[in-house]
Write a new protein. Structure first.
Length: 349
C-alpha cells in the first residue's frame, strides 16, 4: 500500500506540474480567469477545483483502461476515428503554442525579474529540458516531485501574509465592475477545458504506464485538490495587489512587497514551475510525433524546440492573452465529451 500512495503522490505532482505553467505560476492566468472578477472569481475557482478533481481522475483512469499510448489514441476513443484526426492536428498546434508561451515566460522571468536578456532564460530552459528528456519519464517525475511541493508552500506563505492585511475581507467580498463580467460564469469550464485539453499530452501516457486504477484515481484526486489549494491561495494573494491586471508576473510583485526576504527564492520557484511545464509539453509532443514519424527522441525534441523558440520571440503577455482564450474555447469540445463519456472499468475482462 505504501508503494501505491508513493506513486499516487508522483502522479499528483506530475498533474500539478503540467497544469501550473507560465501563466499559472506567474499569477497572470489566475488574474485573467478569476481574480479580476473579485468574489465571483472565488466561486469560479471552487467550481474549477471540483472539475479538476473529477475530470482529471476520469481522464487518466480512462486512458489507462483503454491503454492509450498518446493523446491521439485517447482522442480517437472520445471523438471517433475521423474527427479525432482533425482534433489531433489542433492539439499539435496548441501544444506548440503553449510550449512557446512557456519559453517566452521563462525569458520574461530573466528579463523582468533578474535584469538579464530574455534569450538567456529561453536557451537555459531548452538546455535543461534536454537533460531531463534524456532521462525520460523518471526525470519528469523527479523534477515535478521536487518543484510542486515547494510551489504550494510558497503560495500558502503568500496567502498567510495576505489574509493578515487589515482590508483583506473587504477585498475578498468586493465585486469590481467589468464589461465582460459574464466570463466569470464560463471561466471554470473554459479554464479546466484548456488545462485538461493540453495536459492530456502528458497525463495519458503517464497513466498508461502506471496502469493501476486505484493509484491513478487517487493521484488525480490529490492533484486536483492541490490545484484547488494553489488557485485559492493565489486568488487570496492577488486580490490584495492594486491594478493587478497591469503586471506580467503579478505573484513576484506581491512577494517583493510582502516578503522581500523570500523574493529571489520565489523567482526561482516560478521559473521551476515554468520549466516543469516546458518538459511536460515537449514530452507529450515527442510521444505524439512518434505516432507519425520514426525519429530519435533528440531529433524530435530539437524540432519541437526550434518551432517553439521562433514563436516565443513574441512578447509573453501578448502570447498568453491571445492564445490561451482561443485554446480554451477549442478545448470545450474535448471537455464536454470527457464529461459525458461513460466510464466503467470493472466491465473490462
Amino acid at each position: 500500500m505504501k508503494r501505491d500512495w508513493t506513486q499516487a503522490f508522483q502522479i499528483a505532482a506530475v498533474y500539478v506540474g503540467t497544469v501550473v505553467g507560465a501563466g499559472f505560476a506567474t499569477g497572470k492566468e489566475i488574474v485573467e480567469f478569476f481574480s479580476r472578477f473579485g468574489f465571483f472569481g472565488l466561486i469560479s475557482i471552487l467550481m474549477s477545483g471540483y472539475l479538476f478533481i473529477a475530470l482529471g481522475s476520469k481522464l487518466m483512469r480512462m486512458a489507462a483502461f483503454i491503454e492509450a499510448k498518446s493523446y491521439q489514441e485517447f482522442n480517437e476513443y472520445l471523438f471517433g476515428k475521423w474527427p479525432s484526426r482533425v482534433i489531433n492536428v489542433f492539439m499539435i498546434f496548441m501544444l506548440l503554442g503553449v510550449s512557446a508561451v512557456m519559453l517566452s515566460g521563462a525569458g520574461a522571468v530573466f528579463e523582468e525579474q533578474l535584469n538579464l536578456p530574455k534569450a538567456v532564460g529561453v536557451f537555459l530552459t531548452i538546455f535543461l529540458s534536454y537533460l531531463v528528456m534524456i532521462v525520460g519519464t523518471k526525470g519528469l517525475f523527479a523534477v515535478n516531485t521536487f518543484v510542486v511541493p515547494v510551489m504550494i508552500t510558497f503560495s500558502i506563505i503568500l496567502m498567510l501574509f495576505s489574509v493578515q492585511m487589515p482590508n483583506f475581507l473587504d477585498q475578498l467580498l468586493f465585486i469590481p465592475p467589468a464589461d465582460d463580467g459574464w466570463k466569470s460564469v464560463i471561466a471554470p469550464f473554459s479554464y479546466v477545458a484548456l488545462n485538461l485539453g493540453l495536459a492530456q499530452a502528458v497525463l495519458v501516457p503517464i497513466a498508461t504506464e502506471v496502469k493501476d486504477d486505484w493509484t491513478i484515481k487517487w493521484g488525480g484526486f490529490l492533484g486536483g485538490a492541490a490545484l484547488t489549494v494553489i488557485l485559492i491561495a493565489g486568488h487570496f494573494t492577488l486580490i490584495m495587489l492594486p491594478n493587478l491586471e497591469l503586471y506580467n508576473i503579478p505573484m513576484a510583485i506581491v512577494m517583493k512587497n510582502l516578503a522581500p526576504f523570500l523574493y529571489w527564492i520565489f523567482v526561482l520557484v516560478i521559473y521551476g514551475e515554468i520549466f516543469t511545464s516546458v518538459i511536460g509539453n515537449v514530452f507529450g509532443l515527442d510521444r505524439q510525433l512518434k505516432q507519425y514519424l520514426t525519429i530519435p527522441t533528440m531529433l524530435s525534441v530539437t524540432l519541437i524546440f526550434a518551432v517553439s523558440y521562433l514563436i516565443s520571440l513574441v512578447n509573453y503577455g501578448t502570447l498568453l492573452s491571445y492564445l490561451y482564450p482561443l485554446f480554451g474555447y477549442i478545448c470545450m469540445i474535448f471537455f464536454i465529451l470527457l464529461w459525458m463519456k461513460p466510464f466503467t472499468p470493472r466491465v473490462r475482462k
